[in-house]
Design a protein around this ligand. Sequence first.
Ligand SMILES: Cc1ncc(COP(=O)(O)O)c(C=O)c1O
Length: 365
Amino acid sequence: MDATRRGLLIGGAALAPSLAIAETSVDPTAPPAIRAHLGVTENPFGPAPAAKKAAAEALLETPYYAWALEPPLVKLIAQRDALEPEQVGLCNGSLEALSLLSTAFGKGGPIVSARPSYATPLLYAERQGAKLEWVPLAADQQIDLPALAARAQATNAGAVYVCNPNNPTGLLLDAESLRAFCIEVAKTRPVIVDEAYIEISPDPARNSMMDLVRAGHDVIVARTFSKVYGMAGLRVGFIAARPDRVKTLKSMIPTHKGRPGLAAAAACYGDQAYLSGAKAYLEGCRKKIYAICEANGLKHLPSYGAYVFVDCGKPNLAFQKTLAAMGVEVRVFDSPAHPTWIRVGTASPAELDYFATVLPKALKA
Ligand SMILES: Cc1ncc(COP(=O)(O)O)c(C=O)c1O
């Protein structure tokens, strides 16, 4: 049941006189409500039990600002990732840090990124005046690192953004190629490595560029509690970067963090038992999406994200509408090279089952 409907029923008795007006304003031709939310990249597995408990306890303290919870969380992250506390900057979800840093770096030159990728922070920076330089993916759908480096040099870029695993493709870059790229490019400009889904990768420690931050390179690793940790609604993320980059971020963040999110993050960061359950859940979802695609003859990429990039073989915007009319929400991306691709998010088994029943009909429509 969606929130509007729930609200109507809860408030039903008190609002009885106005319900008649609501009834007459229903549009009988409106499409059904979305029943399968596959357009988002969350983790319905949900937070670790310890995180839920900590968030619930933190609610009791909500009359008070949560400044005092920030330094211990920074310290905990620094200890777990062998960083100095000055190399860790908290943010309200990694989108905040990615957006603000892209805006700041955008003042020094364009931001170079692969396309398609997670464009939201870059488009925010563009609205604040930054110029964006998009580099198409290579033929194998991977981020084209040599082309990114060349474009960064040619345009005297303010920064380069790399999302690994990439969103929406879900592909993971070869760790050593990315490492060599970061070391080289970061000699002249910051490299932002968005690792929102890195915990899902087979060997997160090897695939992460955190070691380059430790070694002092101008690499900014962005992480989040929204994805594998199942806490998108609590808005906690962080960057690992050179202390001057952390200072820049702090100088731009206008507000403080919420108490339940900080408490929950401190209760679960690096909890391997929880992470293996969350990863297994997401892997199960991805396998289910692969099976649905294969049963319908659709090509898909192998993914390390909380989503699968699927070639539906039809113009994607129209197909997105067809699916929405049948109660399924998926995302399409602004990429000239991907006019027939949709991104299908991992979700609850019931939502994926619903997708499985709707997809054959949508493909025939
Ligand atoms: C690749 C990537 N980076 C960052 C984010 C931002 O997530 P949050 O702000 O919740 O940490 C998202 C969310 O969809 C994402 O897909």
